[in-house]
Design a protein around this ligand. Structure first.
Ligand SMILES: C[S@@+](CC[C@H](N)C(=O)[O-])C[C@H]1O[C@@H](n2cnc3c(N)ncnc32)[C@H](O)[C@@H]1O
Length: 222
């Protein structure tokens, strides 16, 4: 079954503005830390020329383009318009393929196994229960010793959600307050726990801005 909000968060309608929008790091708290988060994900993905990589929510290719080389990369996104914008940036990756699909559903299809799964700013479109399933399904797609590396909009605890919403609203930033209310920002402590329950060890967290974090999780070799 596809994730609950996949059609709502299909970025087809904003594909042409997306790359300009993400540059707005100084003024927009949702975008603050964007470049540093993407770079951290690639730097921590342990990629070699042999690696088979799965990217979930590839958008306009801003994360993919930072990969200099790998054995094969399979990119997945529900938006064909985002893919159209991204494709010209990615000609250096000869073994790249693209699948139009839901990031949760594609994981139970016949796509093989991967050394690394990467994803940025996409899984906050999955509700909490879907994230739990997402981690388990990624675990099943990873080879022993493989890595899952994420960068996304996150809050450190459930309790901090209301505090952040009030903070942005009281400072006149209604747009950010609504994004936190209506999207499904990761709750860091819960997500780490779910990843550990799925078997990942260790799970490491790094913060890049008020709302952007990275999480790196390893599937033990045996
Ligand atoms: C905010 S963009 C992030 C794109 C890119 N990873 C980046 O960091 O710039 C989110 C992307 O996820 C896609 N998306 C959202 N929900 C999805 C889902 N459930 N399955 C597949 N793609 C999804 C959107 O179409 C969009 O391209």
């Amino acid at each position: 079954m596809r994730s609950l909000h996949v059609d709502e968060f299909n970025h087809d309608d904003c594909a042409n503005e997306y790359d300009e929008d993400v540059k707005n790091e100084k003024k927009d708290p949702i975008r603050a830390g964007y470049e540093a988060t993407l770079q951290w994900v690639v730097d921590n993905a342990n990629l070699s020329k042999e690696s088979r990589v799965l990217e979930l929510g590839s958008g306009t290719g801003n994360l993919t383009r930072k990969i200099e080389a790998c054995g094969e990369i399979v990119c997945v996104d529900i938006s064909t318009e985002m893919e159209q914008v991204g494709r010209p940036k990615l000609s250096h990756l000869e073994n790249r393929s693209f699948i139009v699909d839901d990031i949760l559903e594609v994981l139970i299809k016949d796509i093989g196994f991967f050394d690394t799964v990467i994803s940025t700013y996409t899984a906050h479109h999955l509700v909490e229960g879907e994230k739990k399933l997402f981690f388990k399904r990624i675990w099943n797609r990873l080879r022993p010793g493989g890595l899952a590396v994420f960068g996304d909009l996150m809050l450190d605890t459930e309790a901090s959600k209301k505090i952040k919403i009030d903070y942005y609203r009281n400072n006149g930033d209604e747009k950010t307050a609504i994004a936190i209310e209506e999207e499904f920002f990761w709750i860091v402590d819960k997500s780490v726990l779910e990843m550990e329950k799925a078997g990942f060890d260790p799970v490491d967290v790094k913060r890049f801005s008020d709302l952007s974090y990275g999480i790196k999780a390893k599937k033990p070799a045996s």
